[in-house]
Write a protein that binds this ligand. Structure first.
Ligand code: ZN
Length: 293
């Protein structure tokens, strides 16, 4: 990857936690670096230093947003009445790089695009201005338009096997590795927030032995544990993460059966669709404990 080539667009695809963002970051720095070596960016030039400070003028990050979580047309090309804080991709690419070797635009979750945005992006991919580079990421490559795919170098990212995680995170406990479900990103989060994840682990281990009548108490307890692992003010995101962890845990420790896992996956979906957390958790734990009998 770190060879100079005519490649101007790379798509990193793979499941959440497979390192797409990290690879996108490395490639961005490499394309910006003014003295790149054979193995990557130099880490020393002015361009590398601004990048590491997170203040590089030649980088544009584009992410889906809003309730629909879509990449809007106004993020790709200028539109009438576009949001003030949007710098559209084509506007960004119109001027040449100031400090970097190239201008680099990073578009995350490119499967979250309607046809208008996708066609606008396609035009840029077909005729990229000189010294511009595009990096795309997605965890749903099958939802990316084939015409977009065909104009990118697609790089598959895979979750590392548990043994590789054990080697890479030698300070992680075996329970923490299991809780990560093979995702390095999640394992790092667990290690960073060890104190908050420890009671969650204890809760999950004790779950199969809980009496059926305890479901509402357990629902409240797990909701609190979820809030404990999240960022302040991001309760819904924390609930969603806690439910994914629960679903993965149930799937790998199947003493509660596949119906329990299914219930957790559905609860996660309902939370993402703005369902009431109280109701979602109550019904989830009732179903989990009922699935056991
Ligand atoms: Zn450099």
């Amino acid at each position: 990857m770190f060879q100079d080539s005519p490649v101007h667009a790379v798509l990193f695809y793979g499941p959440q936690g497979s390192g797409k963002s990290e690879l996108a970051r490395m490639l961005t720095q490499y394309w910006l670096c003014t003295k790149p070596g054979e193995t990557g960016p130099c880490d020393e030039c002015g361009s590398c230093r601004s990048f590491e400070r997170g203040r590089h003028v030649d980088v544009l990050k584009i992410e889906p947003g809003g309730l629909s979580y879509l990449l809007r047309l106004g993020q790709i090309v200028p539109v009438d009445g576009g949001a003030d804080d949007d710098v559209p991709l084509t506007t960004f690419f119109r001027s040449s790089a100031i400090a970097g070797r190239n201008k680099v635009a990073v578009l995350h979750d490119v499967h979250r695009m309607n046809a208008d945005s996708a066609n606008a992006l396609l035009k840029t991919l077909e005729e990229p201005p000189k010294r511009t580079k595009l990096i795309l990421t997605t965890d749903s490559v099958s939802s990316v338009l084939p015409t977009i795919l065909s104009r990118c170098v697609a790089v598959a990212c895979e979750l590392p096997k548990l043994d590789e995680l054990r080697l890479a995170f030698s300070d992680a406990t075996e329970d923490e590795i299991l809780l990560s479900a093979g995702s390095p990103g999640r394992l790092q989060h667990i290690i960073n927030r060890r104190k908050d994840f420890a009671p969650m682990l204890k809760f999950l281990k004790a779950l199969p032995q809980q009496p059926a009548g305890a479901s509402l108490v357990l629902a409240d307890e797990y909701r609190e544990l979820c809030e404990g692992i999240g960022e302040k003010g991001a309760v819904r995101a924390a609930n969603a993460e806690g439910l994914v962890i629960l679903a993965d845990w149930l799937a790998t420790h199947n003493s509660l059966g596949p119906k329990a896992t299914q219930a957790a996956i559905e609860a996660h979906r309902r939370i993402l669709q703005n369902g009431s957390a109280g109701l979602v958790f109550d019904s989830l734990f009732t179903r989990i404990l009922a699935a056991r009998s």
